[in-house]
Each structure stands twice: as structure tokens, then as C-alpha cells.
Design a protein around this ligand. Structure first.
Ligand code: G3I
Length: 393
């Protein structure tokens, strides 16, 4: 987080505390003093932003419990689906900004650091994009999309996932539609257009499994390539779709250091920790993977009736270890965003096996904070007030 932003966040947190203390004092004679409740955003205010990806019902403010958690806990938002190409431009040059406008207005109302997700990604493209066969037509499409979308939200969307998931697991360039039709330099082109459309926006390369040494090397090559050409890139977004056992903290730390040494910010953009069995090699977030043969298999879906204490403890320990590492490198890390607000809304209920009951986030299906939430907060709040909201221990 920039120094000025950090100071602003700390000042507003102090102001909030002062106001709360004042209010508490005036009520003291009438009732028991109320303790100020910590939250993720206030507790980590001098370290990094903490946020969540929000779904359509939250964007439309139709999810009261979700909105309450978002308001209380987070200071940055990402739209989980509503700003992807297929939704913003379903047919050529015909844009639908209804949900995106609402998303940005909500972010402004809540005083959030607003993220745009995502401009150029091979997945969730409208059908017409697949019929584009030559590089000139592809260049026109990319230019029109980025200019229109980034231009519309210039000065309002603070950071863009400009290019998403452009690398293979071995660090080579993915043979995506964009790479096949335009060539490798579609990445440079996208970043250049985004920088022109909003020179102030933070421009991010976003991908999963960025802890892997080979993929890490691919990101380092990619960022250096852009930098050598004088193209603006401000950050690397590590998606962080992880499990209870992997990746190792060492691999994550090595990536934090490697990306930071490039002079760009490190962001954790899509954090979740699956609590379910995943005995294959389905790491990360390759959306084309699916294991239909396991659908309905109770062994693959052991926590349909809730996460037992033993598993809550493991999840809490994993989250606490991860946040300890993030705090160790808070000078390099600008943002930690969870991929979803609560367990019920997580995409991991449907991937890589459909119809399971997963528990990967800090808030359960009733939006109550889990033990993992308490353990994460405890890293900052251990010497402060006792958290007096109901938590699942
Ligand atoms: O909107 C339709 C709905 O009308 C229809 O009834 C329903 C039936 O399946 O599908 C709905 O669309 C789904 C959409 O999410 C909205 O819920 C799609 O099928 C489903 O494929 C889509 O999944 C999203 C996935 O990206 C698609 O690639 C997930 O919600 C979303 O969390 C996920 O997010 C990605 C990031 O953008 C990039 N990184 C990986 C991450 C996880 O895959």
C-alpha cells in the first residue's frame, strides 16, 4: 500500500476509534461500556487492503447479510464475474454496463479500493470472439474493449487485472485465443492500451499457481519483457486458490520476494483454502478441469453438514500461517482479496467437482465468522479488545 494511502487509512481508523470512544463515553452512565469491534479492514489497515470478490446479488444489494459483512470487514472489492468480457460486451460493440455501473457505484458508496476484473482472459469470452481469425481484427477488438471499458471507469476503478492467466504451468505462454490469433505481444498491447485509457489506474498481471518455481520464472520473464519495452505494469496478482497443505509457505515467500524484486507490487487477488479432498493434481484454478465421475461421491464431499471442529482448527491454522507470512512481507504486499464473501457463495462448491459443500473462506454459510477469522484477526488484535461477536470455535 502506498505511504499516503496507508496514512489515510490509519487516520480514518483513528478517527473512527475516537468517535466510537466518544460515543461509548457518553453512554457509560446508562449502560456497560461497549468495546469497539475489530474487523479485517481496521486490523490490517496499516499493512494492506483486505477485500472480497462480490457476486451479482451482492452488487445489486439483494444480499443483506453479505452486504453487512462487506461493509464491516473489507476495504477493497473485486467483481467475481460481472465485468468479464462475455457480460460487458456480449455481441460486437454492444456493451452492457448495468451491473458494472452498479458495482462501481457500490464501491464508491462504501469507500472501497475498486478493482476491475478482468480485461483480457481466454475464458468467459462471448461467442463472437471465437470467430476472429486474423491479428488486425483481434487488435481492433482488444483496443475497442479496453478503450471502452477502462475509459468509462477512468478515475473510478483503481486497479485492473489487465491480462489474466496467460501462462502455462511451465511458465511458457499459454496458447490462448489471443496468443494464437494476435501473437505473444497481445500482452504488451493490452497493458499499453490500459495505461493510455487510464494513466492513474494500477495495472496488474493476474494468474494462479504463481508460487510454482517454473511459473514464477515465466512471470519474471514476462514482467521484465514489458519493463524493457517501457510498458507500465504495476503489480503481479497471485490468485491464491490453495489447500490446507499446499503450496508451502516457502514457495509462496520465494514468489513474493521474486516479484517484489522486479519493482512491482505483490497482490493476493483470489484467496481461498479448499477444505475438501482433492486427491488429484487439480491445483490452482484451471476452469476447464472437471471430475464428473466423482459427482455425488460422499467420500469426496465429507462436510455436507458443516465443518467439524478438527477441520476448523486445520483451516484456522492454515489461514493464520498465511497471514503471518503476508505480515512478514507487508512492505511488498498491497492487497489481500478473498475469492468470495462466505462459504455458501464460493466457486469451490462447484469446482473441480460440481455440487459439493466446501468451506474455504472466513465466513460460514450464515455469514458468521469462523475460527479461521478469529485466528487471522488475533495476529493483529491479540493485545487489544476481546472480540465479542459470536464466532465458531
Ligand atoms: O450466470 C449463469 C446462470 O445464468 C446459469 O443459470 C448458471 C448455470 O450453470 O451459470 C451461471 O454462470 C456461471 C457463472 O460462474 C456465474 O455464476 C458459470 O456457469 C460458471 O462457469 C461461472 O464460474 C465462474 C468462473 O470464474 C468461470 O470461469 C466463477 O463463478 C468465478 O468464481 C470464476 O472466477 C475465476 C476468476 O475469474 C479467474 N481466476 C480463477 C477464478 C476461479 O475459477
Amino acid at each position: 500500500m502506498t505511504k499516503i494511502r496507508k496514512m489515510a487509512v490509519v487516520l480514518s481508523a483513528l478517527l473512527f476509534l475516537l468517535t466510537s470512544c466518544k460515543e461509548t463515553k457518553s453512554m457509560e452512565s446508562a449502560q456497560e461500556p461497549t468495546k469497539v469491534l475489530p474487523s479485517l479492514k481496521s486490523s490490517f489497515a496499516n499493512s494492506f487492503y483486505v477485500g472480497a470478490a462480490i457476486n451479482e446479488s451482492q452488487i445489486m444489494e439483494a444480499d443483506d447479510k453479505g452486504i453487512a459483512v462487506i461493509n464491516r470487514e473489507f476495504n477493497t472489492l473485486t467483481p467475481e464475474n460481472n465485468m468479464k468480457w462475455m457480460y460487458l460486451q456480449p455481441t460486437p460493440n454492444s456493451f452492457d454496463f448495468a451491473f458494472a455501473d452498479k458495482y462501481v457505484a457500490l464501491g464508491e458508496k462504501m469507500d472501497m479500493f475498486i478493482v476491475g476484473h478482468t480485461l483480457v482472459w481466454h475464458s468467459q469470452l462471448p461467442d463472437f470472439m471465437h470467430s476472429i481469425k486474423d491479428s488486425v481484427a483481434m487488435a481492433d477488438q482488444i483496443k475497442n474493449h479496453i478503450n471502452t471499458v477502462v475509459g468509462r471507469y477512468r478515475g473510478k476503478i483503481h486497479a485492473w487485472d489487465v491480462v489474466n492467466e496467460a501462462l502455462n504451468e511451465d511458465g511458457s505462454l499459454r496458447k490462448s485465443l489471443f496468443q494464437q490469433v494476435f501473437g505473444d505481444e497481445y500482452i504488451e498491447y493490452a497493458f499499453q492500451l490500459a495505461a493510455e485509457a487510464d494513466p492513474e489506474a494500477e495495472l496488474i498481471y493476474n494468474d494462479y499457481n504463481l508460487w510454482k518455481p517454473e511459473k514464477r520464472a515465466g512471470v519474471v520473464r514476462l514482467v521484465k519483457r514489458l519493463q524493457a519495452k517501457g510498458i507500465k505494469i504495476d503489480g503481479v496478482g497471485m490468485q491464491a486458490h490453495w489447500s490446507l497443505v499446499g503450496p508451502t509457505l516457502e514457495d509462496i515467500e520465494n514468489s513474493i520476494i521474486a516479484y517484489s524484486e522486479l519493482g512491482v507490487k505483490v497482490l493476493f487477488t483470489e484467496l481461498d483454502v479448499t477444505a475438501l479432498p482433492n486427491p488429484w493434481d487439480a491445483e490452482g484454478a484451471e476452469v476447464s478441469l472437471s471430475y464428473e465421475e466423482y459427482e455425488g461421491d460422499p467420500q469426496m464431499d465429507p462436510y455436507r453438514n458443516g465443518l467439524p471442529d478438527s477441520a476448523q482448527v486445520k483451516l484456522a491454522k492454515r489461514y493464520q500461517d498465511l497471514f503471518k507470512l503476508f505480515l512478514k512481507h507487508e512492505d511488498k504486499i498491497d492487497r489481500v482479496t478473498f475469492w468470495g464473501v462466505n462459504d455458501g457463495g464460493s466457486w469451490l462448491n462447484g469446482w473441480p467437482i460440481k455440487g459439493r459443500t466446501n468451506h474455504p473462506l472466513l465466513f460460514d454459510r450464515d455469514f458468521a465468522p469462523k475460527k479461521a477469522y478469529t485466528k487471522v484477526l488475533a495476529l493483529k488484535e491479540k493485545d487489544k479488545v476481546t472480540y465479542n461477536q459470536t464466532t465458531k470455535q
